[in-house]
Design a protein around this ligand. Structure first.
Ligand SMILES: C[S@@+](CC[C@H](N)C(=O)[O-])C[C@H]1O[C@@H](n2cnc3c(N)ncnc32)[C@H](O)[C@@H]1O
Length: 229
């Protein structure tokens, strides 16, 4: 994915500037914990609650952070009301998410934003780095898609695996067979989500109770949207 590390850097710039060097963070739809990994490298005094619904990704995240007392894990489906019931403790200084919320349908995502307004403390931030193409610029989006395919082809030639190839490697690993079967059932049931332009996100975040939101970084079709609680 082009610009992945750049987006994480911007996300953590925002966190450090907005809420300081020892934030309590919710790593939302954490996958294998990519955000928490970079958070701890940048801000070693931070703490993270990492939440996802996928048992394989959670198993890998749990293993790779084994013994690290700064992180705890919660399994929950963000599209279900009550997803935040198992979050203990005070509201978060920052809720961070990347390449994930486009998996969701519009109504559950708008509901999630309303829930996040209760989960982030006043003055805290929600940062969403995701694919947010603007339907008003189809020609530019097509150029971006061509450029992205070129980037992916070069990365593949250099040995990178894509999301599907990565899952094929997981499926072939006997240590992961039980969790993989559970993940497969979730992935097979999953109804593909929808992308929205930046304006959709900022509008829904305002309705949800974030008084200000805007763009901290963007390319043609990806953006980092920051909402301040
Ligand atoms: C492409 S991964 C990104 C993970 C991580 N943020 C990263 O950048 O490496 C998308 C993640 O979103 C999670 N996810 C998607 N929909 C979800 C939902 N409704 N509830 C919880 N997690 C969800 C998936 O399980 C997956 O781990």
């Amino acid at each position: 994915m082009p610009d992945r590390e750049e987006r994480f850097r911007v996300m953590l710039d925002v966190v450090e500037a907005a809420v300081g060097p020892n934030p309590r963070v919710l790593d939302l739809a954490c996958g294998t914990g990519s955000i928490s990994r970079r958070l701890f490298a940048r801000l070693p005094q931070a703490n993270s609650v990492a939440l996802d619904m996928d048992p394989t990704l959670m198993a890998i995240a749990g293993g790779s952070f084994e013994g690290d007392r700064r992180i705890t894990f919660v399994t929950a489906d963000l599209s279900q009301p009550g997803w935040a019931d198992d979050l203990a403790g005070e509201p978060f200084d920052a809720v961070l998410t990347a390449t994930a919320l486009h998996w969701m349908q519009p109504d559950p995502l708008a509901r999630l934003y309303a829930d996040l307004a209760k989960v982030v403390r006043p003055g805290g931030v929600f940062v969403n780095a995701d694919h947010m193409p603007d339907p008003e610029t189809p020609l530019l989006n097509a150029i971006d898609e061509t450029a992205r395919r070129g980037y992916e082809a070069r990365a593949r030639a250099a040995g990178a695996v894509d999301w599907e190839q990565w899952w094929a490697l997981v499926a072939a690993d006997p240590r992961l067979s039980a969790v993989y079967a559970a993940s497969r059932a979730i992935l097979d049931d999953h109804v593909k989500g929808v992308t929205h332009p930046v304006a959709w996100h900022t509008e829904k975040l305002a309705e949800a109770g974030f008084p200000e939101s805007g763009v901290a970084w963007r390319s043609v079709t990806d953006a980092v949207v920051v909402a301040i609680r």
